[in-house]
Design a protein around this ligand. Structure first.
Ligand code: SF4
Length: 266
């Protein structure tokens, strides 16, 4: 994350909850919630059964799921279980189903592909090279995502402009490069907004957020951040800043930004 919003833990106290650390009511919050609801209603009207919420089970996506449930929107909810997630992340699937009485479709990687990759490259392949890390993401994330989105005309994500420099230009509605619309309905929200909403509506969230993990992915590729570190500093922390996307959101990777700049999605 760039700019003034990059320091997430000013005065953070050990053991403080994410709500205590991050939630803050700011001007325009209610308008941003109303705008997001309107975007969701428009998406339902436009795409009907072709609409899916692809949830990472992160804080932003839990807000979106809450809005979908709270307003009774007919939106399919789906997630990826990469086989390398924290137990705290997986626990949210049951919590969504219990709290909201909504089914969550879970897509998993092809078992043999994972076994083959690990047996040939090893459990720690992602640390060895960017190519191997991306190969792991391709097997565990991109292939099951393609099945999740098969037949969909639009997918809802929790991308926000504030999350990183790579995402600073995230629009509300964009082409995903595969003929579908990608709807970033929280694009204008701040991190404080996300947690203010979670606090206000008592939305379930990943317990790891209380352990200084604002952005949570697979366990081997996520660590806690320190005071003043960027929002996504705990993701693929051993890699160059420009590489930090997994391929799920290609159009906002620096790879593409650099391509655009040179004239010539993770
Ligand atoms: S985030 Fe890490 S463990 Fe998860 S798919 Fe990518 S490289 Fe593999």
């Amino acid at each position: 994350m760039s700019g003034a919003s990059s320091s997430l833990l000013p005065g953070a106290a050990a053991g403080a909850s994410a709500i205590a650390l991050y939630a803050r009511a700011t001007a325009g919050f209610e308008a941003r919630v109303a705008e997001t609801l309107e975007l969701l209603l428009q998406a339902v009207a436009t795409h009907g059964v072709g609409l899916v919420q692809s949830t990472s089970l992160g804080a932003e996506d839990m807000v979106i799921t809450d809005l979908i449930a709270r307003h009774g929107l007919p939106v399919r909810i789906a997630t990826l279980d990469t086989g390398a997630l924290h137990a705290e992340t997986l626990a949210l699937i049951d919590q969504i189903q219990t709290r909201y009485e909504l089914p969550v479709q879970v897509y998993t990687p092809v078992h043999d592909a994972v076994i083959n990759f690990v047996s040939v490259r090893g459990e720690r392949a992602m640390y060895e090279s960017l190519a191997l890390r991306k190969a792991c993401c391709a097997i565990r994330k991109l292939e099951p995502l393609s099945r999740m989105l098969n037949g969909a005309t639009a997918w809802i994500t929790g991308l926000r402009r504030e999350q990183s420099a790579n995402r600073a230009d995230v629009p509300f509605d964009e082409d995903d490069g595969q003929g579908r619309r990608k709807l970033n309905v929280l694009a204008a929200w701040s991190w404080a907004d996300v947690w203010h909403y979670i606090q206000t509506y008592q939305v379930p969230y990943n317990a790891l957020h209380d352990q200084f993990m604002p952005s949570i992915g697979c366990a081997p590729c996520t660590r806690a951040i320190a005071v003043g570190e960027d929002f996504r500093a705990g993701r693929w922390w051993w890699e160059d800043e420009n590489a930090k996307e997994c391929g799920l959101h290609k159009s906002h990777s620096n790879e593409e930004l650099n391509t655009k700049k040179s004239g010539a999605p993770a």
